[in-house]
Every structure is written in C-alpha cells, then in structure tokens.
Design a protein around this ligand. Structure first.
Ligand code: KG4
Ligand code: ZN
Length: 369
C-alpha cells in the first residue's frame, strides 16, 4: 500500500489530496479562488500567488486530517511543478520541497497536463474518502487500456496525445491559438455571463437551439490534429454585436449584448457549444482514424481537463464510444477541474519507477508534453 500526498497550485485552485495506490482518493481538498478573481473576469497572477500562500498550509493539513495520516505515514510528496502561473507554481513546489525534506520523503514533480489524463482513473473508497465537492462514482472505473488516445481540454490547454502508458505520453496536436476552455470563458464574457464562464455557458446552452446560428468548425489541414478556436470566438462576437467599425480598443459595434433577449442569448450559447464540441469530436475521430491507419490503433479514449465537465462533450464522447466500439474514460465530475488527486495519482506511476526529484526541482511555466 502506497499513500502519496499531492499538492496543486498551478493556477487559481489551492489543492491537496492523499491517494492510495494511484487511484483510491482518501482525501481531496480544493480551495477555489474564484471569488477573488471574479470582478476582474480572469485570473490575476499576483492575487493568485498571495492567496495560495495563505491557503496552502491549512489545505495540506486538512487533506492529511481527512486521510487520517501524518507526514510520517505518507510514502512520497508529489507536486504539479509545470505548467502554470510561475508565482502560483512556486508556492506549491516550495511547500512540497519543505515537507519532503522535513519528513524525509521522496519528492515527485508532475506535469499538470499529463495529470489531467490520470483523473479518469480516480475513485473514492467505498467508505467515503473526503474533501470538497464530492460526487462519488458508484464503483472503481476500469483502468484504460493502452495505447490510448488522450484529449486534454482545459482553460490553458487543448491537445491530443498518444498515451502508451500513464507515464509515456506523446503529443499529436494542440491548439494554435485559444484553448477551448479559454474560448468558453471569452464567449461567456461576450454573452455577459458570470465568471468563470464555461459552466454557465454550458447550462445556458441546454435552453437554446444549437442550429440557430451556424458557427465555424475550424478543422485546419485535412490531416491536422491541431485546433483553432479564435475564429469561433470572433464569429460569436460578431453575431452578438454586429460588425465593428475601427479596430482594437477603438472598435465601435452596432449592438450591445445587453440588447439580447433570453431566447437569443440561449440560442447563441447553444450554437457556440455545438460548434466547439463538434470540433473536438471531429478531431478525436480524425486522430482515431490516423492511429488505426498506423501501427498502434487506440484501445481506449481518455479525456481530461476542466472542459471534460461539459455536458454536451460527455454525451457526444459516450455516443462516439458506442459507435466506434472504444472504451471512453471520463473523470468523475469532481476530478475534471484542477485538483491534487490527479497529481498524487500520476505520481504513483513514477513512484513505482523510482523516478524521484531532488530539492532542485524547478517550477516551470510550460508543459513537458
Ligand atoms: O482544467 P481546469 O480546471 O484549469 C486549467 O488547467 O486550465 O479548466 C478550467 C476551464 C475553464 O476555462 C472553465 O471555464 C472550463 O474549464 N469549464 C468548462 C465547464 N466546466 C469548466 N467549460 C465548458 N463547460 C463546462 N461545463
Ligand atoms: Zn488544469
């Protein structure tokens, strides 16, 4: 039995978790900073770092308390050390180093984007497990079969991967402009929805007609596995506000979003969501076809990242799985968004390989994959 303490502070969630044997989540604590950033309609890096500093100690203590373990009873300390906001990452990395050094435990740095692909494997023990925002899946999900096709859809990243094992991940394609979560958040600002916009837009879309507007599905070159979402965002902006006169900060629009009726707003949200999810599904299908044509067809599909909480993406991915006879692994809702359980879970793979870091472990703004 291996218990790993995970720490995650890459953006605006301060999180700690304890995970047994890579999958069983004994404690899962997430302190969100959404209230601090809401009035700026985006994450303010300086505010995020300071909030992490205030919260990291109590959040780690709470996770250990819930798991019923002391520092001496954990086997390793794992931390998301890349990618993210550098000031935010440094807080988690420093805390992890201090605990590893003081308790004499191995330190394991984990790539946050790769960890999102581990989230679908996590579950709570039958007796409960605990922390914030629990949605306990009924039983442990079956582990994915490899090689798998991986899709990470978050606020900072949108990319497809060939996953040969949890620790061997190769990027097949990525967004060339906005991440899909970022496009959702910007679309929500255009529609004057609350912050953070993705979940609000998802809920509003359920009330609208997805065929009301035909927004672009940018597929790029015929065999490209890259993504582009900036055209979709601009198409929504023009549909809401009309074509601008002038450019940049001086642009003047014909309309304001305040003029929209509830019906129009819902139709715009539904049409945006249909285009965004269509694009993701079409790219998944393209990647599956390309992998099937090569030496290593995918034996499963793994999706992770904040946008994996999206209701339409989950439904369409499940439908794709049935149609193409491929197992689809989606995280339980509570593990879609940033959390430390996915960090501790993936770190278990490195623990088994004895892949440890020393106290020189850096915080790095960019991803390793
Ligand atoms: O993975 P995550 O928590 O943070 C990053 O690593 O970026 O993802 C956050 C992103 C945000 O852009 C948020 O709006 C989006 O995930 N998101 C959603 C939904 N829930 C969260 N986007 C669409 N539909 C949702 N239900
Ligand atoms: Zn994330």
């Amino acid at each position: 039995m291996t218990a790993i303490l995970g720490i995650e502070t890459s953006c605006d969630e301060t999180a700690a978790a304890v995970v047994r044997d890579g999958r069983e989540v004994l404690a899962h604590v997430v302190a969100s900073q959404h209230d601090l950033h809401a009035k700026y309609r985006g994450v303010v890096p300086e505010i995020a770092s300071r909030a992490h500093l205030e919260r990291i100690g109590p959040v780690i203590e709470e996770a250990l308390h819930i798991a019923g373990l002391g520092f001496d009873q954990i086997d390793a300390v794992a931390v998301g050390n890349r990618p993210g906001l550098i000031g935010s990452l440094i807080v988690g990395v420093s805390a992890a180093k201090a605990i590893a050094w003081a308790a004499g435990k191995p330190l394991i740095g984990v790539d946050h984007v790769q960890a999102h692909l581990h989230a679908a494997s996590l579950y709570f023990p039958a007796s409960g497990g605990g922390g914030s925002g629990l949605h306990t899946p009924p039983e442990p999900p079956p582990p994915p079969r490899f090689p798998a096709l991986g899709l990470v859809v978050s606020g900072g990243h949108t990319a497809l991967y060939r996953v040969d094992s949890p620790s061997q991940i190769h990027r097949l394609g990525a967004t060339i402009d906005d991440a899909v979560g970022e496009a959702y958040d910007k679309a929500a600002v255009i529609l004057q929805l609350p912050y953070p916009g993705g979940p609000y837009l998802d809920r509003l879309a359920a009330l609208g007609d997805p065929t009301a507007h035909r927004f672009p599905r940018s597929l790029l070159e015929p065999d490209s596995l890259d993504f582009s979402f900036s055209g979709l965002k601009t198409a929504l902006l023009y549909a809401v506000r009309g074509h601008p006169q002038g450019r940049g900060d001086h642009a003047r629009f014909e309309h304001s979003a305040a003029e929209l009726t509830d019906r129009q707003r819902a139709d715009l949200a539904a049409s945006f969501q249909a285009a965004a999810v269509d694009t993701l599904i079409l790219k998944i299908e393209r990647a599956l076809d390309l992998l099937s044509a090569g030496a290593a067809p995918a034996r499963s599909l793994i999706i992770g990242g904040g946008v994996s909480a999206n209701s339409l993406l989950r439904a369409r991915a499940a439908e794709l799985g049935l149609r193409r006879r491929i197992a689809v692994h989606l995280p339980a809702m509570t593990f879609c968004l940033d959390n430390a359980a996915m960090i501790a879970g993936l770190a278990h793979e490195y623990f088994l390989l004895q892949r440890f870091d020393d106290l020189h472990l850096p915080a790095v703004a960019t991803t390793a994959c």
